[in-house]
Design a protein around this ligand. Structure first.
Ligand code: ZN
Length: 429
Protein backbone atom coordinates (compact mmCIF):
# COMPACT_ATOMS: atom_id res chain seq x y z
CA UNK A 1 0.00 0.00 0.00
CA UNK A 2 2.55 2.58 -1.13
CA UNK A 3 1.36 5.13 -3.67
CA UNK A 4 2.57 8.34 -5.22
CA UNK A 5 0.24 10.75 -6.98
CA UNK A 6 2.62 12.12 -9.58
CA UNK A 7 2.70 15.53 -11.23
CA UNK A 8 -0.55 16.81 -9.77
CA UNK A 9 -1.85 20.34 -9.12
CA UNK A 10 -1.94 20.40 -5.33
CA UNK A 11 -4.21 22.46 -3.07
CA UNK A 12 -3.11 21.72 0.47
CA UNK A 13 -6.10 23.28 2.23
CA UNK A 14 -4.29 25.82 4.41
CA UNK A 15 -5.69 29.34 4.71
CA UNK A 16 -3.17 30.84 2.29
CA UNK A 17 -2.82 27.80 0.04
CA UNK A 18 -2.38 28.34 -3.68
CA UNK A 19 -2.27 25.64 -6.33
CA UNK A 20 1.22 24.10 -6.46
CA UNK A 21 1.69 22.50 -9.87
CA UNK A 22 3.90 19.46 -10.61
CA UNK A 23 3.58 18.10 -7.07
CA UNK A 24 4.16 14.51 -6.03
CA UNK A 25 2.22 13.31 -2.99
CA UNK A 26 3.37 10.05 -1.41
CA UNK A 27 1.28 8.02 0.97
CA UNK A 28 1.88 4.75 2.75
CA UNK A 29 -0.93 2.83 4.40
CA UNK A 30 -3.11 5.55 5.87
CA UNK A 31 -0.50 8.36 6.12
CA UNK A 32 0.91 11.03 3.84
CA UNK A 33 4.67 10.51 4.02
CA UNK A 34 6.26 12.89 1.53
CA UNK A 35 5.44 15.81 -0.74
CA UNK A 36 7.92 17.06 -3.34
CA UNK A 37 8.27 18.62 -6.78
CA UNK A 38 10.96 16.35 -8.24
CA UNK A 39 10.70 15.29 -11.87
CA UNK A 40 11.45 11.67 -10.99
CA UNK A 41 9.50 9.90 -8.28
CA UNK A 42 10.92 7.43 -5.78
CA UNK A 43 10.96 3.71 -6.59
CA UNK A 44 8.69 1.17 -4.85
CA UNK A 45 5.67 3.41 -4.96
CA UNK A 46 2.77 2.58 -7.22
CA UNK A 47 2.29 5.60 -9.50
CA UNK A 48 -1.05 7.33 -9.89
CA UNK A 49 -0.81 9.82 -12.75
CA UNK A 50 -2.08 13.21 -11.57
CA UNK A 51 -1.20 15.13 -14.73
CA UNK A 52 -3.64 18.00 -15.43
CA UNK A 53 -5.65 17.08 -12.34
CA UNK A 54 -6.21 18.78 -8.98
CA UNK A 55 -5.70 17.14 -5.61
CA UNK A 56 -7.47 18.48 -2.52
CA UNK A 57 -7.94 17.43 1.10
CA UNK A 58 -11.16 15.46 1.52
CA UNK A 59 -14.11 17.69 2.35
CA UNK A 60 -15.49 17.63 5.90
CA UNK A 61 -19.25 17.88 6.44
CA UNK A 62 -19.84 19.15 9.97
CA UNK A 63 -23.60 18.80 10.05
CA UNK A 64 -25.37 15.78 8.60
CA UNK A 65 -28.04 13.29 9.51
CA UNK A 66 -27.23 9.92 8.05
CA UNK A 67 -30.70 8.43 7.67
CA UNK A 68 -32.16 10.37 4.73
CA UNK A 69 -31.36 10.87 1.07
CA UNK A 70 -32.38 14.55 0.93
CA UNK A 71 -35.26 13.91 -1.41
CA UNK A 72 -38.17 16.16 -0.35
CA UNK A 73 -40.83 14.14 1.44
CA UNK A 74 -43.91 14.93 3.47
CA UNK A 75 -42.53 12.56 6.12
CA UNK A 76 -39.78 15.05 6.96
CA UNK A 77 -42.00 17.96 7.95
CA UNK A 78 -43.89 18.35 11.22
CA UNK A 79 -45.36 15.31 12.91
CA UNK A 80 -47.79 12.94 11.26
CA UNK A 81 -49.21 9.50 11.98
CA UNK A 82 -47.54 8.22 8.83
CA UNK A 83 -44.17 9.51 10.05
CA UNK A 84 -44.59 7.83 13.43
CA UNK A 85 -45.57 4.56 11.71
CA UNK A 86 -42.44 4.63 9.58
CA UNK A 87 -40.25 5.31 12.64
CA UNK A 88 -41.92 2.48 14.55
CA UNK A 89 -41.43 0.09 11.63
CA UNK A 90 -37.77 1.12 11.35
CA UNK A 91 -37.22 -0.02 14.92
CA UNK A 92 -38.16 -3.63 14.13
CA UNK A 93 -35.40 -6.09 13.40
CA UNK A 94 -36.12 -6.00 9.69
CA UNK A 95 -36.56 -2.22 9.74
CA UNK A 96 -33.18 -1.71 11.36
CA UNK A 97 -31.57 -3.74 8.61
CA UNK A 98 -33.14 -1.52 5.97
CA UNK A 99 -32.17 1.62 7.89
CA UNK A 100 -28.58 0.37 8.23
CA UNK A 101 -28.39 -0.28 4.49
CA UNK A 102 -29.77 3.17 3.66
CA UNK A 103 -27.33 4.88 6.03
CA UNK A 104 -24.39 2.93 4.69
CA UNK A 105 -25.33 3.73 1.10
CA UNK A 106 -25.72 7.42 2.04
CA UNK A 107 -22.25 7.50 3.56
CA UNK A 108 -20.77 5.75 0.55
CA UNK A 109 -22.35 8.45 -1.64
CA UNK A 110 -20.87 11.12 0.60
CA UNK A 111 -17.44 9.53 0.36
CA UNK A 112 -17.59 9.16 -3.42
CA UNK A 113 -18.47 12.86 -3.68
CA UNK A 114 -15.15 13.76 -2.02
CA UNK A 115 -16.29 13.94 1.61
CA UNK A 116 -13.89 11.98 3.79
CA UNK A 117 -15.25 13.05 7.20
CA UNK A 118 -18.86 13.46 8.29
CA UNK A 119 -20.10 14.67 11.66
CA UNK A 120 -23.53 13.16 12.33
CA UNK A 121 -25.67 15.33 14.60
CA UNK A 122 -28.82 13.35 15.22
CA UNK A 123 -29.83 9.89 14.04
CA UNK A 124 -32.11 7.09 15.14
CA UNK A 125 -31.46 4.22 17.57
CA UNK A 126 -27.64 4.69 17.69
CA UNK A 127 -27.34 3.22 14.18
CA UNK A 128 -24.87 6.05 13.44
CA UNK A 129 -22.59 4.70 16.19
CA UNK A 130 -22.91 1.17 14.80
CA UNK A 131 -22.08 2.35 11.27
CA UNK A 132 -19.06 4.33 12.54
CA UNK A 133 -17.70 1.19 14.18
CA UNK A 134 -18.32 -0.93 11.08
CA UNK A 135 -16.41 1.59 8.95
CA UNK A 136 -13.58 1.68 11.50
CA UNK A 137 -13.37 -2.13 11.40
CA UNK A 138 -13.22 -1.97 7.57
CA UNK A 139 -16.40 -3.97 7.22
CA UNK A 140 -18.03 -1.37 5.01
CA UNK A 141 -16.89 1.60 2.92
CA UNK A 142 -17.44 5.10 4.29
CA UNK A 143 -15.88 8.34 5.48
CA UNK A 144 -14.54 8.96 9.00
CA UNK A 145 -17.65 9.33 11.12
CA UNK A 146 -18.02 11.45 14.24
CA UNK A 147 -21.51 10.90 15.60
CA UNK A 148 -23.84 12.16 18.30
CA UNK A 149 -26.43 9.39 18.42
CA UNK A 150 -29.89 10.84 19.02
CA UNK A 151 -30.07 14.56 19.77
CA UNK A 152 -31.33 15.69 23.17
CA UNK A 153 -34.38 17.94 23.20
CA UNK A 154 -37.24 18.95 25.51
CA UNK A 155 -40.77 17.61 25.14
CA UNK A 156 -42.29 19.45 22.18
CA UNK A 157 -38.84 20.62 21.07
CA UNK A 158 -37.08 20.16 17.73
CA UNK A 159 -36.61 16.48 16.96
CA UNK A 160 -39.05 15.29 19.65
CA UNK A 161 -40.47 11.93 18.54
CA UNK A 162 -38.07 11.78 15.61
CA UNK A 163 -34.27 11.95 15.78
CA UNK A 164 -34.08 13.22 19.39
CA UNK A 165 -34.69 11.95 22.91
CA UNK A 166 -36.99 14.32 24.73
CA UNK A 167 -36.93 15.09 28.43
CA UNK A 168 -39.39 16.88 30.70
CA UNK A 169 -36.87 18.21 33.19
CA UNK A 170 -33.18 18.61 33.91
CA UNK A 171 -32.81 15.16 35.45
CA UNK A 172 -34.27 13.43 32.39
CA UNK A 173 -32.07 15.49 30.07
CA UNK A 174 -28.96 14.60 32.06
CA UNK A 175 -29.95 10.92 31.99
CA UNK A 176 -29.88 11.14 28.19
CA UNK A 177 -26.33 12.53 28.29
CA UNK A 178 -25.42 9.49 30.39
CA UNK A 179 -27.28 7.15 28.04
CA UNK A 180 -25.56 8.58 24.96
CA UNK A 181 -22.18 8.31 26.67
CA UNK A 182 -22.86 4.66 27.48
CA UNK A 183 -23.58 4.12 23.78
CA UNK A 184 -20.17 5.53 23.02
CA UNK A 185 -21.15 8.61 20.99
CA UNK A 186 -18.51 11.18 19.98
CA UNK A 187 -20.36 14.39 20.86
CA UNK A 188 -23.60 15.62 22.40
CA UNK A 189 -26.19 17.36 20.23
CA UNK A 190 -28.95 19.44 21.79
CA UNK A 191 -31.86 21.40 20.32
CA UNK A 192 -32.28 24.72 22.11
CA UNK A 193 -34.78 26.15 19.62
CA UNK A 194 -37.45 24.80 17.32
CA UNK A 195 -36.98 24.57 13.59
CA UNK A 196 -38.73 25.75 10.44
CA UNK A 197 -41.15 22.84 10.42
CA UNK A 198 -42.11 23.08 14.13
CA UNK A 199 -43.05 26.76 14.17
CA UNK A 200 -46.67 27.59 14.84
CA UNK A 201 -46.53 31.34 14.22
CA UNK A 202 -45.43 33.30 11.17
CA UNK A 203 -42.10 34.93 11.80
CA UNK A 204 -41.28 32.78 14.81
CA UNK A 205 -39.17 29.88 13.67
CA UNK A 206 -36.44 29.07 16.12
CA UNK A 207 -38.65 29.67 19.13
CA UNK A 208 -36.70 28.87 22.33
CA UNK A 209 -37.67 25.48 23.78
CA UNK A 210 -34.81 24.58 26.12
CA UNK A 211 -34.05 26.92 29.01
CA UNK A 212 -30.62 28.39 29.73
CA UNK A 213 -30.47 26.38 32.96
CA UNK A 214 -31.22 23.11 31.15
CA UNK A 215 -28.70 23.80 28.37
CA UNK A 216 -26.08 24.81 30.95
CA UNK A 217 -26.59 21.62 32.95
CA UNK A 218 -26.20 19.48 29.82
CA UNK A 219 -23.06 21.34 28.74
CA UNK A 220 -21.47 20.96 32.18
CA UNK A 221 -22.20 17.23 32.31
CA UNK A 222 -21.04 16.69 28.72
CA UNK A 223 -17.84 18.71 29.13
CA UNK A 224 -17.01 16.82 32.29
CA UNK A 225 -17.15 13.62 30.27
CA UNK A 226 -14.94 15.15 27.58
CA UNK A 227 -17.63 15.76 24.97
CA UNK A 228 -18.22 18.86 22.92
CA UNK A 229 -21.80 20.07 22.61
CA UNK A 230 -23.48 21.16 19.39
CA UNK A 231 -26.72 23.12 19.57
CA UNK A 232 -29.48 23.59 17.05
CA UNK A 233 -30.12 27.34 17.48
CA UNK A 234 -32.17 29.17 14.84
CA UNK A 235 -33.01 32.50 16.48
CA UNK A 236 -31.22 35.40 18.14
CA UNK A 237 -32.36 34.31 21.58
CA UNK A 238 -31.50 30.69 20.80
CA UNK A 239 -27.94 31.70 19.90
CA UNK A 240 -27.61 33.77 23.06
CA UNK A 241 -28.75 30.89 25.29
CA UNK A 242 -26.35 28.51 23.51
CA UNK A 243 -23.38 30.83 23.99
CA UNK A 244 -24.20 31.56 27.64
CA UNK A 245 -24.61 27.82 28.27
CA UNK A 246 -21.12 27.35 26.75
CA UNK A 247 -22.00 25.07 23.84
CA UNK A 248 -19.08 24.48 21.49
CA UNK A 249 -20.78 24.74 18.11
CA UNK A 250 -23.90 26.66 17.15
CA UNK A 251 -25.68 24.91 14.34
CA UNK A 252 -27.37 27.09 11.67
CA UNK A 253 -27.14 30.27 13.76
CA UNK A 254 -28.86 33.65 13.74
CA UNK A 255 -28.00 37.26 14.50
CA UNK A 256 -26.42 38.08 17.87
CA UNK A 257 -25.23 41.08 19.88
CA UNK A 258 -21.69 42.43 20.16
CA UNK A 259 -21.57 41.19 23.74
CA UNK A 260 -22.37 37.65 22.58
CA UNK A 261 -19.75 37.99 19.84
CA UNK A 262 -17.10 38.81 22.48
CA UNK A 263 -18.22 35.85 24.56
CA UNK A 264 -17.92 33.57 21.52
CA UNK A 265 -14.35 34.71 20.98
CA UNK A 266 -13.49 34.18 24.63
CA UNK A 267 -14.99 30.68 24.69
CA UNK A 268 -13.92 29.73 21.17
CA UNK A 269 -17.50 29.03 20.11
CA UNK A 270 -17.92 28.14 16.44
CA UNK A 271 -20.85 28.66 14.09
CA UNK A 272 -21.84 25.99 11.57
CA UNK A 273 -23.38 27.40 8.42
CA UNK A 274 -25.93 25.14 6.72
CA UNK A 275 -27.26 26.83 3.61
CA UNK A 276 -28.02 23.61 1.71
CA UNK A 277 -31.62 23.15 2.86
CA UNK A 278 -32.20 26.82 3.79
CA UNK A 279 -31.64 28.26 0.32
CA UNK A 280 -33.93 25.98 -1.72
CA UNK A 281 -36.69 25.96 0.92
CA UNK A 282 -36.68 29.75 1.12
CA UNK A 283 -36.36 30.47 -2.58
CA UNK A 284 -38.01 27.62 -4.55
CA UNK A 285 -41.72 27.84 -5.26
CA UNK A 286 -43.82 26.17 -2.53
CA UNK A 287 -45.47 24.25 -5.37
CA UNK A 288 -42.19 22.48 -5.79
CA UNK A 289 -41.11 22.18 -2.15
CA UNK A 290 -44.64 21.31 -0.98
CA UNK A 291 -44.18 23.62 2.01
CA UNK A 292 -47.29 25.20 3.47
CA UNK A 293 -47.57 28.98 3.71
CA UNK A 294 -46.26 29.13 7.26
CA UNK A 295 -43.17 26.99 6.60
CA UNK A 296 -42.39 28.88 3.40
CA UNK A 297 -42.53 32.22 5.19
CA UNK A 298 -40.48 30.96 8.13
CA UNK A 299 -37.87 29.41 5.82
CA UNK A 300 -37.17 32.88 4.50
CA UNK A 301 -36.83 34.21 8.06
CA UNK A 302 -34.39 31.41 8.96
CA UNK A 303 -32.27 31.90 5.83
CA UNK A 304 -32.10 35.65 6.28
CA UNK A 305 -31.20 35.36 9.96
CA UNK A 306 -28.63 32.60 9.35
CA UNK A 307 -26.88 34.73 6.73
CA UNK A 308 -26.82 37.70 9.12
CA UNK A 309 -25.42 35.59 11.95
CA UNK A 310 -22.73 33.94 9.84
CA UNK A 311 -21.75 37.29 8.34
CA UNK A 312 -21.37 38.75 11.81
CA UNK A 313 -19.34 35.73 12.99
CA UNK A 314 -16.99 36.11 10.02
CA UNK A 315 -16.58 39.84 10.68
CA UNK A 316 -15.55 39.05 14.27
CA UNK A 317 -13.19 36.23 13.19
CA UNK A 318 -15.32 33.77 15.11
CA UNK A 319 -14.68 30.31 13.60
CA UNK A 320 -17.28 29.40 10.97
CA UNK A 321 -17.58 25.84 9.70
CA UNK A 322 -19.72 24.26 6.99
CA UNK A 323 -22.27 21.46 6.96
CA UNK A 324 -25.15 20.48 4.74
CA UNK A 325 -27.84 19.29 7.17
CA UNK A 326 -28.05 16.29 4.81
CA UNK A 327 -31.35 14.37 5.09
CA UNK A 328 -33.28 17.66 5.16
CA UNK A 329 -35.26 18.37 1.98
CA UNK A 330 -32.86 19.19 -0.90
CA UNK A 331 -29.77 18.49 1.21
CA UNK A 332 -28.46 15.42 -0.58
CA UNK A 333 -25.71 13.35 1.01
CA UNK A 334 -23.48 13.85 -2.06
CA UNK A 335 -23.82 17.64 -2.23
CA UNK A 336 -21.32 19.02 0.27
CA UNK A 337 -19.64 20.65 -2.74
CA UNK A 338 -22.77 22.77 -3.16
CA UNK A 339 -22.46 24.08 0.41
CA UNK A 340 -18.92 25.23 -0.46
CA UNK A 341 -20.29 27.02 -3.55
CA UNK A 342 -23.14 28.62 -1.58
CA UNK A 343 -20.73 29.79 1.12
CA UNK A 344 -18.55 31.55 -1.46
CA UNK A 345 -21.51 33.09 -3.26
CA UNK A 346 -23.88 34.09 -0.46
CA UNK A 347 -21.29 35.05 2.18
CA UNK A 348 -19.10 36.64 -0.44
CA UNK A 349 -15.82 34.90 0.45
CA UNK A 350 -13.10 33.80 -1.99
CA UNK A 351 -13.11 30.31 -3.49
CA UNK A 352 -9.90 29.51 -1.65
CA UNK A 353 -11.34 30.63 1.72
CA UNK A 354 -14.48 28.55 1.09
CA UNK A 355 -12.31 25.50 0.38
CA UNK A 356 -10.15 26.17 3.44
CA UNK A 357 -13.33 26.40 5.51
CA UNK A 358 -14.66 23.05 4.23
CA UNK A 359 -11.34 21.35 4.98
CA UNK A 360 -8.84 22.65 7.54
CA UNK A 361 -11.17 25.09 9.33
CA UNK A 362 -13.74 22.31 9.73
CA UNK A 363 -10.98 20.03 11.06
CA UNK A 364 -9.97 22.72 13.57
CA UNK A 365 -13.57 22.97 14.79
CA UNK A 366 -13.52 19.17 15.20
CA UNK A 367 -10.25 19.55 17.13
CA UNK A 368 -8.78 17.05 14.69
CA UNK A 369 -6.48 19.37 12.77
CA UNK A 370 -3.43 17.31 13.72
CA UNK A 371 -4.87 14.39 11.82
CA UNK A 372 -7.11 15.61 8.98
CA UNK A 373 -8.13 18.71 7.00
CA UNK A 374 -5.03 19.37 4.88
CA UNK A 375 -2.54 17.57 2.68
CA UNK A 376 0.61 17.62 4.78
CA UNK A 377 3.22 15.07 5.75
CA UNK A 378 2.12 13.04 8.77
CA UNK A 379 -1.58 13.55 8.22
CA UNK A 380 -4.09 10.90 7.32
CA UNK A 381 -4.31 10.23 3.57
CA UNK A 382 -7.81 11.68 3.05
CA UNK A 383 -7.89 13.37 -0.34
CA UNK A 384 -9.79 13.62 -3.60
CA UNK A 385 -8.88 14.41 -7.16
CA UNK A 386 -10.84 16.46 -9.70
CA UNK A 387 -10.30 17.49 -13.32
CA UNK A 388 -10.58 21.29 -13.19
CA UNK A 389 -9.22 24.12 -11.05
CA UNK A 390 -11.58 24.70 -8.09
CA UNK A 391 -10.04 28.08 -7.33
CA UNK A 392 -11.23 29.26 -10.76
CA UNK A 393 -14.68 27.72 -10.38
CA UNK A 394 -15.90 25.79 -7.33
CA UNK A 395 -18.31 23.82 -9.50
CA UNK A 396 -15.23 21.80 -10.45
CA UNK A 397 -15.74 19.99 -7.12
CA UNK A 398 -18.72 18.16 -8.58
CA UNK A 399 -16.78 15.88 -10.90
CA UNK A 400 -14.78 13.54 -8.72
CA UNK A 401 -12.10 11.46 -10.36
CA UNK A 402 -10.69 9.63 -7.36
CA UNK A 403 -11.21 9.55 -3.60
CA UNK A 404 -8.65 8.41 -1.05
CA UNK A 405 -9.66 7.72 2.51
CA UNK A 406 -7.20 6.46 5.11
CA UNK A 407 -4.93 5.59 2.18
CA UNK A 408 -7.51 3.46 0.37
CA UNK A 409 -7.99 4.49 -3.23
CA UNK A 410 -11.39 4.57 -4.95
CA UNK A 411 -11.50 5.36 -8.67
CA UNK A 412 -15.02 4.20 -9.48
CA UNK A 413 -16.89 6.99 -7.72
CA UNK A 414 -20.25 6.66 -9.42
CA UNK A 415 -23.22 8.06 -7.55
CA UNK A 416 -26.79 7.66 -8.69
CA UNK A 417 -27.97 11.26 -8.36
CA UNK A 418 -31.51 12.58 -8.57
CA UNK A 419 -31.04 14.64 -11.74
CA UNK A 420 -34.32 16.50 -11.50
CA UNK A 421 -33.31 17.86 -8.09
CA UNK A 422 -29.75 18.52 -9.22
CA UNK A 423 -31.04 20.65 -12.11
CA UNK A 424 -33.20 22.69 -9.76
CA UNK A 425 -30.35 23.17 -7.30
CA UNK A 426 -28.03 24.33 -10.09
CA UNK A 427 -30.14 27.49 -10.29
CA UNK A 428 -28.84 28.51 -6.84
CA UNK A 429 -25.16 28.37 -7.81
ZN1 ZN B 1 -29.68 19.16 11.44
Amino acid sequence: MKYVIKNVNLFQGKIDSKIISHSNVYFEDDKIVRIDNDINVLDDYEIIDGSDKYLLPGLINLHAHLFGSGKPSKLLGGKSNMQQMVIKAAKSKYGLKILDNIMQKNMQDALFSGVTTVRGVGDFFYRDVILRDKINRNEVIGPNLIVSGPAITVVGGHGDQTFALSGNNEKELLDYVEQNALHNVDLIKICITGGVMDAKVKGEPGEVKMSLEQAKAICEAAHEKGYVVASHSESNQGVEIAVRAKVDTIEHGAMFSDEIAQLCKKQNTAFICTLSPALPLATFSPKLTKLNDLCYYNSKVVLDNMLKGIRKALSYYIPVGLGTDASCPYAMQYNMWREVCYFAKYLNVSNSFALYTATLQNAIILRMEDKIGSIEVGKQADMFMIKKDPLQDLRALKDVDMVITKGKVYTDCNIKKNLEIENELDKLL
